[in-house]
Design a protein around this ligand. Structure first.
Ligand code: H2B
Length: 123
């Protein structure tokens, strides 16, 4: 069974992942990153490649896809938090995604919803 990352291992690895856009999931020992690809086909291609890496590592992401956006959360269920496997999979995913746009601010201002509805009402 994989071990939870020690505080030292966290200090060593997590800042670099944070630089690339990985964030902490509130209330869980897990990391999350959201990529915005140029198209659905690019997003799906990334997921296909990442799925093969995940299967090889026997370490599977919690993820979802809507059109060109792929939302990934990594955590090790067997130990109830982050392990080396999450770092490895995060790094492999970063390599596969290359220079793809990353959504860093996951919280949208609530006004967005008003604007979308106003636009739809006009058309
Ligand atoms: N994926 C993730 N993210 N966490 C796990 O603990 C995990 C996994 N465990 N994939 C693996 C499979 C486990 O269920 C098998 C039995 O090794």
């Amino acid at each position: 069974m994989p071990d939870l990352l020690t505080p030292e291992a966290r200090d060593a690895a997590l800042p670099a992942l944070g630089e690339t856009g990985w964030g902490a999931v509130e209330g869980r020992d897990a990391i999350r990153k959201v990529w915005k690809f140029r198209s659905f086909v690019d997003a799906w291609g990334f997921m296909c490649s990442a799925a093969l890496v995940a299967e090889k590592l026997n370490h599977h992401p919690e993820w979802s896809n809507v059109y060109n956006v792929v939302d990934v959360t990594l955590s090790t269920h067997d130990c109830g938090g982050l392990s080396e496997l999450d770092l490895k999979l995060a790094q492999r995913m970063d390599k596969l995604a290359g220079a793809t746009e990353v959504q860093r601010d996951l919280a949208q201002p609530i006004e967005c919803l008003c604007q979308i509805h106003a636009r739809q009402a006009k058309s």
